[in-house]
Design a protein around this ligand. Structure first.
Ligand code: AP5
Length: 214
C-alpha cells in the first residue's frame, strides 16, 4: 500500500495517517514531524526549516526532496508507506514519481481530505501535541485525560508555533497557492479518492478501509 494524503492544514491528514499505519501496517511518514524533530535537535536543516515553518511558508523543495529520498530508502518503507504532508508542490510530486519509478513502484492511491476553512481554524487553535511521543489531542473533541498531560507518555503538551491565528491564515493561503494544484495533477493521473475531514473520529477506520478498498 503506497498512499499520499493531500489536504489543507488541520484537515486531519495526521490523524488519518496514524489509522492507515495501524490498519495496513505501513509507516506513516510525516514531513512536518521530521522537520520539527530536526528543528528541536537544532541541526542545520532544522534551523533552516524552522525559519520557514514558523511563518507558515513551505520549506524549500530541495531540502524536503532530499529528506524524503533518504526516508523512502529505509527498509521499513520498501513494502509501503503513507505520506502525510508530502508532496506539497508539483516539483515534489515529480520527484516522488522519479523515486518510485527507480524502484519499479507506483502509488496505489492519493487520498484528498476535504474540510472548510472555518472548521480548520477552530480545530487548529484547539490542537495540542506531545513534544516527546508525537500524540495529538484536541481540546474540543479529543482532550487528554489529565489537563495538558499526554495520556501516552506523561509529558506536558504544547501548542505548535504555527498554530497561531495569523500563521494558520498564511498556511491556508500557501495551500491554495501551491498544494491544492496537486489534487488536479493527481486526478489527471487517475489516482485520487476523497474523504471528508469532519467525520466522527470513531467512524474513520471503517470509512478509510472502505475508501481504500483493500
Ligand atoms: P505539517 O506538520 O504537515 O502541517 P499541515 O499540513 O499544516 O497539517 P497539520 O499537521 O497542521 O494538520 P493535519 O491535516 O495533519 O491535521 P491533524 O490530524 O493534526 O507541516 C507543517 C509545516 O512544515 C508546513 O507549514 C511547512 O512549513 C513544513 N512542511 C511540511 N512538509 C513540507 C513539504 N513537503 N514541503 C515543504 N514544507 C513542508 O488534525 C488537526 C486537529 O483536528 C487535531 O487536534 C485532531 O485531533 C483534530 N481532528 C482530526 N481529525 C478530526 C475529525 N475527523 N474530527 C474532529 N477532530 C479531528
Amino acid at each position: 500500500m503506497r498512499i499520499v494524503l493531500l489536504g489543507p492544514p488541520g484537515s486531519g491528514k495526521g490523524t488519518i495517517a496514524k489509522i492507515v499505519e495501524e490498519l495496513y501496517r505501513v509507516p506513516a511518514i510525516t514531513t512536518g514531524d521530521m522537520l520539527r524533530d530536526a528543528a528541536a535537535r537544532g541541526t542545520p536543516l532544522g534551523r533552516t526549516a524552522k525559519s520557514y515553518m514558523d511563518r507558515g511558508e513551505l520549506v524549500p523543495d530541495d531540502l524536503v526532496i532530499s529528506l524524503i529520498k533518504e526516508r523512502l530508502s529505509m527498509p521499513d518503507s520498501t513494502n509501503g508507506f503513507v505520506l502525510d504532508g508530502y508532496p506539497r508542490s508539483i516539483r515534489q510530486a515529480e520527484a516522488l514519481e522519479e523515486i518510485l519509478r527507480s524502484t519499479g513502484n507506483r502509488l496505489d492511491c492519493v487520498l484528498a481530505v476535504e474540510l472548510d476553512d472555518d472548521v480548520i481554524v477552530s480545530r487548529l487553535s484547539a490542537r495540542r501535541s506531545c513534544p516527546k511521543c508525537g500524540a495529538v489531542y484536541n481540546l474540543i473533541n479529543k482532550p487528554p485525560k489529565r489537563q495538558d498531560i499526554c495520556d501516552v507518555c506523561g509529558s506536558v503538551l504544547v501548542q505548535r508555533e504555527d498554530d497561531r491565528a495569523e500563521v494558520i491564515r498564511r498556511r491556508l493561503e500557501v495551500y491554495r497557492e501551491k498544494t491544492r494544484l496537486l489534487v488536479d495533477w493527481y486526478t489527471a493521473r487517475g489516482a485520487v479518492k476523497t474523504i471528508r475531514g469532519d467525520l466522527p473520529l470513531g467512524e474513520l477506520p471503517a470509512v478509510i478501509r472502505r475508501t481504500l478498498g483493500a
